[in-house]
Design a protein around this ligand. Sequence first.
Ligand code: NAP
Length: 257
Amino acid sequence: MSTKWTMITGASEGLGVEFARLAAAEGRDLILVARQVQKLERLADELRARHNVAIEVLPTDLSDPKAVEALWRRAEMRRHIDVLVNNAGLGYNGPFTGSEFNREMSSIMVNVTGLTILMKRAVAHMTRQGGGHILNVGSTAGFMPGPNMAVYHATKAYVLSLTEAVAEELRDSPVTVTVLCPGATATNFIKDAQMEDIALLKALPVASAKRVAKAGWTAMKKGKRIRVTGLLNKFFAVSPRFAPRALTTRITALFMK
Ligand SMILES: NC(=O)c1ccc[n+]([C@@H]2O[C@H](COP(=O)([O-])OP(=O)(O)OC[C@H]3O[C@@H](n4cnc5c(N)ncnc54)[C@H](OP(=O)(O)O)[C@@H]3O)[C@@H](O)[C@H]2O)c1
């Protein structure tokens, strides 16, 4: 059994489940984090039965910074965590002038604050331990402002910027930081964020969670800085560089209807 641990947040659903399956298949011991404890326990049972790995389930509300700090303190006690997958996240599709204030605040607390606390603690821990990998799950949303999903796009722009900057700071360090930027992926996220009626999502193929997680996992292990999944998403990621920002924002608004 390995003595190095992998922490995966948002492991109760979607991409997080796939990251956990990939890690367990490599014989990695796992710390699974989310709020839905039954789903985490079910996944832990599945992975223990298939692979000879140790798994700890640490249910945590990542929108609470104190709970995030407590999670990390408990997780790193007597353990060497050499992989952190900062995957938990949520969004909300609706006008900024709408009434979903609490949900928007939660998305900032989870996507930005919680992710930053864990990344900060993990970089220090991994540096002390001699190395490690951090995978932050961003989005193609991070490459452009998103009218009607303004807060979510802003949180993912933060994740992208933070990851690139810290990766540069860590250039000569044995700790790597990668940001995975998927486009639409078949998970609960789309329904949860009330994005089901967006015309673009109906028109375009939606990637499988398994495939997206695999791409991110591979990029993380290679120490790549950014991994955008899918050809069309690469286009969406690159094209804003060649257009005035106001035009990019207008086009995104049309796509997001
Ligand atoms: N699906 C897409 O189209 C898509 C595209 C681009 C990027 N992404 C990003 O991919 C990541 C994973 O999302 P997904 O698609 O797998 O969505 P998902 O199926 O809805 O899963 C979201 C995960 O985040 C966890 N989470 C949400 N709020 C939390 C909180 N307050 N505390 C702890 N955990 C919390 C959920 O766990 P609990 O509910 O159990 O707490 C769940 O495990 C997110 O960062 C998302 O922004 C998704």
